[in-house]
Ligand binder design. Structure first.
Ligand code: EPU
Length: 303
C-alpha cells in the first residue's frame, strides 16, 4: 500500500488516504487522491520529493486549486499540496521572501498595508503565489514572474535550487519552471513605494475583474482558454454563441464567455466536453485554435 510505504519512509509527515479533491479546487470537480499530503516546511518537501521521485511514484503538485481540473474517480499516486508552506518574511522595506502556499490576495493586502506597488495587475487573482508563478498569472500583458528576484524550487534530487530571474524563461501564461520536474517553494520579490496613480491602475484592474462571474455560488476556474495573440478568447467565444452552452452540469457563463461554471454536480468529463465543444465552435467559425488555460490534472513521474 502506497500510504504505508510513505508512512514508514517519512514517519513525521501527515498522509491522508482517499482525500476528496473537489473541495480543493475552485471548480469543485474531481474524485479522490489515493494519498494526499501538505508538508509544512521546505525540509519536509525536500525529503518527500526525493523519496517520491526515487520510488517513481506518480505525483501531482497542487497550489490554490483555482486553475485546475481534477479527474473524477481515483487519482493514483500522491497529491502534494503547498497549502502549509505559507510564511512571509520581509527582508527590507521593499523586498520580501514569500512561500509558495501564501495566497496571492493576502500578498496584495500586505502590499496595500505597506503602501507598496508593482503588482496592481494581479488584483483579484485568486490562488497561491506558487501557482501564480507556475502559470505566470497576470493581466494586461504583465505577469507575476517579472516581479521575482529569484525563485527557490525543490529539484528532483531533493536539493533546493535558487533560480535567478534572468535564468527563467517566462511569457504570457508560461514559465520555464513549470515542467513538472520541481516544486516551487519560495520566491523573493521586490516592490516599490506606491504613487498616487497606482491606486487608479489597481481600480482599473478591479473594474475589469468586475465583468467576470463572481460571488459565492459561481464555482469556476478562471479563464478557460488563453487569449490567442492579438485577440480575446472571451470575445471570440461570445461572438461564436458559446454563452450558456452546457454539458451536464458544466455551463458557459452568460456574463463572460471565457468562464465555465459548475452548476452543482459537474464532472471533469462534463467540463472537458464543454471545453471541446467551445473550442470546436470557435475553430469552425474563425479558424482560430484556442488553447486551454485550465490545467487538466495529469500525473508527473520522473522516470
Ligand atoms: N468580451 C466579450 N464577451 C465576453 C467576454 C469578453 O465581448 O463574453 C470582450 C470584452 O468586452 C473586452 C474583451 O472581450 O472587450 C476582453 O475581455 P476582458 O476585458 O474580460 O479581458 P480578457 O482578455 O477576457 C484577461 C485575462 C483575465 C483577466 C482579465 C482582466 C486571459 C485569458 N484572461 O481577460 O484573466 O482577469 O484580462 O484583466 O488572459 C484568468 O487568466 O483566469 C483570467 C481571468
Amino acid at each position: 500500500m502506497l500510504i504505508e510505504e510513505l508512512h514508514s519512509a517519512l514517519p513525521h509527515l501527515d498522509f491522508t488516504e482517499r482525500k476528496s479533491l473537489s473541495p480543493l479546487c475552485t471548480l469543485r470537480v474531481g474524485g479522490e487522491a489515493e494519498v494526499f499530503t501538505a508538508p509544512s516546511s521546505i525540509e519536509d518537501m525536500k525529503n518527500l520529493f526525493a523519496f517520491v521521485v526515487s520510488r517513481k511514484i506518480p505525483f501531482y503538485i497542487l497550489g490554490g486549486g483555482s486553475n485546475v481540473l481534477f479527474p473524477n474517480g481515483l487519482v493514483h499516486g500522491v497529491v502534494i499540496s503547498t497549502e502549509n508552506l505559507k510564511s512571509i518574511e520581509w527582508r527590507t522595506n521593499l523586498t520580501v521572501d514569500v512561500d509558495a502556499g501564501f495566497k496571492l490576495p493576502m500578498l496584495m493586502k500586505e502590499l496595500r498595508e505597506k503602501d507598496l506597488a508593482g503588482m496592481e495587475f494581479a488584483a483579484g487573482i485568486p490562488g497561491t503565489l506558487g501557482g501564480a508563478l507556475y502559470g505566470n498569472a497576470g493581466a494586461g500583458g504583465r505577469g507575476v514572474c517579472e516581479l521575482v528576484d529569484h525563485v527557490l524550487a525543490v529539484e528532483a534530487n531533493g536539493e533546493v535550487k535558487m533560480w535567478n530571474n534572468n535564468e527563467l524563461d517566462y511569457g504570457y501564461r508560461k514559465c520555464s519552471l513549470a515542467d513538472g520536474k520541481r516544486i516551487i517553494v519560495n520566491a523573493r520579490m521586490t516592490f516599490r513605494q506606491a504613487k498616487p496613480k497606482d491606486k487608479d491602475v489597481l481600480e482599473s484592474y478591479l473594474l475589469r475583474r468586475g465583468s467576470q462571474p463572481h460571488g459565492l455560488h459561481t464555482h469556476n476556474a478562471g479563464c478557460t482558454f488563453k487569449n490567442p495573440e492579438g485577440n480575446s478568447a472571451g470575445k471570440l467565444l461570445d461572438e461564436c454563441g458559446c454563452k450558456n452552452l452546457s454539458a451536464g452540469d458544466a455551463v458557459v457563463s452568460d456574463v463572460h464567455a471565457n468562464f465555465i461554471l459548475n452548476r452543482g454536480n459537474a464532472t471533469a468529463d462534463d467540463v472537458i466536453r464543454l471545453i471541446e465543444i467551445c473550442a470546436g465552435r470557435v475553430y469552425e467559425k474563425t479558424g482560430i485554435k484556442l488553447e486551454p488555460e485550465i490545467k487538466i490534472f495529469a500525473p508527473c513521474s520522473l522516470m
